[in-house]
Write a protein of this length. Structure first.
Lengths: 234, 122
């Protein structure tokens, strides 16, 4: 029997959050954490969590799984509960709306700040803006981000200053557009990041790299942004 | 961009750069002093005093002192703006943060003046 402990909080009825224990028979299968949640929800319909694609593409079911942020749909029990105990909490640092559902507003606000769209002030070509295979390769490891917020909510700098520090997810995307050969707003983008908080609250502890379910490396991208800022400044 | 902040340098980039440069200076100074202590045969008051009679040793010491002040200010400014914030402590945090920064500033000035007095007073 798998022991499951889940963070429960309904602001309409509960004074404070609490951990609720469940037992679940996996029938010896190495299920994904999301499978367990779905089964428990069938028993207890008040249990709330987000999910959509159930295959690690949409980024909806980011949560803290036995102390480590990850996607419930791609985290197997053999990894999350090797000793038969699974502990599920919402992503740390963000306000809890209910149970495992968090308010992502602060996260998206930072994403919005980096203007996550291609900006090009040259006349649009007849068909498309071409890019060499080498230039296209520079976007590998950047564009794959699904904005699940596992990285930013694992980052203490984001916990302390979610209103000022862009956070690893936003900065990975900031570099995705800085590195894009078709984008011409590099100077504006860099001057928007050149304050003591937006980029420089990253102290390189690499929690983001450690938890990213897509295996991306925001710390490296932040290093590239820092080098660009430095090159521009001195 | 976050605009309502005042740190040490003109920007986050310069703060970052000063932090690294001052760290290198402090590391070099530490190696120099520790190396001197261990590599001097007859280490004592006489040799220590003679070392600091040298003008360039005083200059290096002063540069190291100023580096320490800058390094400490940038580092501790980051710490107080992480922990002494409205988000962490409520509205009273601003008072604590201003007080903490004033104390840090005062300590930085006192150490600088005191250090110069010591270096050029011997």
């Amino acid at each position: 029997m798998l022991k499951v402990s889940i963070y429960r909080y309904n602001p309409e009825t509960d004074k404070a959050p609490y951990m609720q224990d469940y037992e679940f028979d996996t029938q010896g299968k190495d299920l994904m954490v999301l499978d367990v949640l779905e089964a428990l929800k069938a028993q207890d319909s008040s249990l709330s969590f987000r999910r959509s694609c159930r295959e690690g593409v949409c980024g909806s079911d980011g949560m803290n799984i036995s102390g480590r942020n990850g996607l419930a749909c791609t985290t197997p029990l053999s990894e999350a509960a090797p000793k038969g105990k699974l502990v599920l909490r919402p992503l740390p640092g963000l306000p809890v709306i209910r149970d495992l559902v968090v308010d992502m507003e602060q996260f998206y606000e930072q994403y919005k700040k980096i203007e996550p769209y291609l900006q090009n002030d040259t006349p649009a070509p007849a068909i498309e803006r071409l890019q060499s295979p080498e230039d296209r390769e520079k976007l590998d490891g950047l564009y794959e981000c699904i904005l699940c917020a596992c990285c930013s909510t694992a980052c203490p700098s984001f916990w302390w200053n979610p209103d000022k520090f862009i956070g690893p997810a936003g900065l990975l995307q900031a570099y995705r557009f800085l590195a894009d050969s078709r984008d011409t707003a590099t100077e504006e983008r860099l001057s928007n990041l050149d304050d003591p908080f937006s980029v420089f609250r990253c102290h390189g502890i690499q929690n983001c790299v450690n938890v990213c379910p897509k295996g991306l490396n925001p710390t490296r991208a932040i290093g590239h942004i820092r080098n660009m800022l430095l090159t521009r400044a001195v | 961009m976050v605009t309502t902040v005042t740190s040490f340098g003109r920007s986050g980039t310069f703060d970052w750069l000063y932090q690294r440069i001052t760290a290198v200076i402090l590391a070099a100074y530490t190696l120099f002093i520790v190396g001197y202590i261990f590599l001097t045969d007859d280490f004592g008051y006489q040799s220590w005093s003679a070392l600091f009679q040298n003008f360039w040793v005083r200059v290096f010491s002063l540069v190291a002192l100023l580096s320490m002040v800058a390094h400490a200010w940038i580092g501790l400014w980051s710490v107080v703006t992480d922990y002494l914030t409205n988000r962490m402590m409520g509205p009273k945090a601003t008072v604590f943060r201003v007080l903490a920064q004033m104390v840090l500033g005062a300590v930085a000035v006192i150490y600088t003046v005191w250090g110069i007095q010591i270096l050029w007073g011997v």
